[in-house]
Write a protein that binds this ligand. Structure first.
Ligand code: SF4
Ligand code: SF4
Length: 385
């Protein structure tokens, strides 16, 4: 079967941040050194070669970019300074834009101006909506968010946002599955998909493959950001917006915006403090590393990397301010900071999760799972041959 070649692929990849891949002379050091490369899925040299030869379809079908966690070992050992770790990162940006059928991810990754304007527009719209729909007589004596924006209205907005976000993320993830599985998608028995499903959960929660890299600090930082973010998301979206509590003798739904301050050792506060610490530590470590260019993964920083870290850190910092203003019962300060908090948090959720850096939280475990599914399928084929 003939393979289509895209002669402009290198130029296209440059728009996603590719710089030094042309320097590669294929010594193979990087693949030999990579702790995650295997005989069945060797990388990163193979992907550098695909880029140089314009083999776009091969890249689209490749699982390897998602098997790399960008520890930087390969870039440190490359004798030509071709930065293969960064090439793998560029591949993930390129693939994210290919999986996204709206074309939004491509604009996000290839134009910093577009990215900044999109984030600013969503943030301003959120601020305007909160300003227009605030209650006429809010409680100014005590910090009570529900007196300014009634919880049921905020919950409806939250559910609409979650539905839109889930639709885009799932439809893009489905395209990722089709690219990676190709013809095998329908050939693999359902039983294999089902028995290997645990891999999806294990890799999402633990990122345990990252722990096999030599720089374990990168794994810890990655894990802190991921678990911190997931904990905060679960607390807000599931336990607050979707939970129930015993009030008197009846179970009642827990409202998204609670004005009740939980006791210090309440699980919601303990988990909330963990999420805050984990995100702040992880994002501060990564931001300082990127400013100082302290190691290979931090040497070339794309605009979307800055945006991701900055939005996450500002969302967390404004969340901390809200917490203290509520504890001190400062009504006006709580309301103002709440608006600012949502002006950072909502653009991060609606733009970053389905179209940019956050999408890798879905793509990576899904592709690791599919890689396992394929391996099992081939093992079964061998057994029956
Ligand atoms: S990227 Fe560097 S280490 Fe890897 S094959 Fe090319 S020259 Fe060798
Ligand atoms: S950055 Fe690390 S995990 Fe990725 S290809 Fe290089 S050595 Fe392997």
């Amino acid at each position: 079967m003939s393979t289509k070649v895209n002669p402009n692929l290198m130029r296209e990849l440059e728009e996603f941040g590719l710089k030094d891949a042309n320097k590669c002379f294929h010594c193979g050091n990087c693949t030999a050194i990579c702790p995650l490369s295997t005989e069945e899925n060797p990388f990163p040299r193979k992907l550098v070669k695909y880029a140089q030869l314009g083999l776009e379809e091969k890249i689209l079908q490749s699982a390897e970019p998602w098997l790399c966690y960008y520890c930087g070992d390969c870039s440190d050992r490359c004798p030509r300074g071709a930065d293969p770790g960064e090439t793998m990162m560029v591949m993930r940006r390129f693939l994210t834009s290919k999986y996204d059928w709206t074309g939004f991810a491509r604009r996000f990754y290839t134009s910093e101006t577009f990215e900044i304007i999109a984030v600013a527009i969503v943030g301003i719209l959120v601020g305007l909506a909160l300003w227009i729909f605030h209650a006429d007589n809010p409680n100014m004596e005590h910090a009570a968010l529900n007196s300014v924006w009634p919880a049921p209205a905020i919950e409806i907005g939250d559910l609409i946002m979650a539905a839109i976000l889930t639709f885009f993320l799932l439809s893009n993830t489905w395209r990722c599955v089709k690219f990676v599985m190709g013809d095998l998608l329908k050939k693999v028995p359902l039983e294999i998909y089902a028995t290997e499903a645990k891999e999806l959960i294990i890799h999402f929660i633990t990122q345990k493959r990252f722990g096999e890299c030599t720089d374990r600090m990168q794994w810890i930082v990655h894990l802190l950001i991921m678990t911190g973010y997931s904990t905060a998301f679960l607390l807000v979206a599931v336990f607050l917006a979707g939970g129930i509590e015993l009030v008197g003798l009846a179970w009642e739904p827990i409202r998204f915006q609670r004005d009740v301050i939980y006791p210090f050792f309440h699980p919601m506060r303990i988990f909330g403090y963990y999420a805050t610490f984990a995100i702040l530590y992880g994002t501060t470590y990564a931001l300082i590393g990127r400013i100082k260019k302290s190691k290979a993964p931090y040497k070339s920083t794309h605009g979307t990397d800055w945006m991701f870290l900055i939005l996450l850190q500002l969302t967390t910092l404004t969340g901390i301010f809200i917490h203290f203003c509520r504890l001190l019962d400062w009504a006006m300060a709580t309301y103002v900071i709440y608006v600012i908090h949502l002006m950072f948090a909502i653009p991060m959720l609606v733009l970053e999760v389905p179209f940019s850096k956050w999408a890798h939280l879905a793509y990576r475990p899904v592709v690791i799972y599919l890689t396992r599914v394929k391996e099992k399928y081939y093992e079964m084929q061998k057994g029956t041959a």
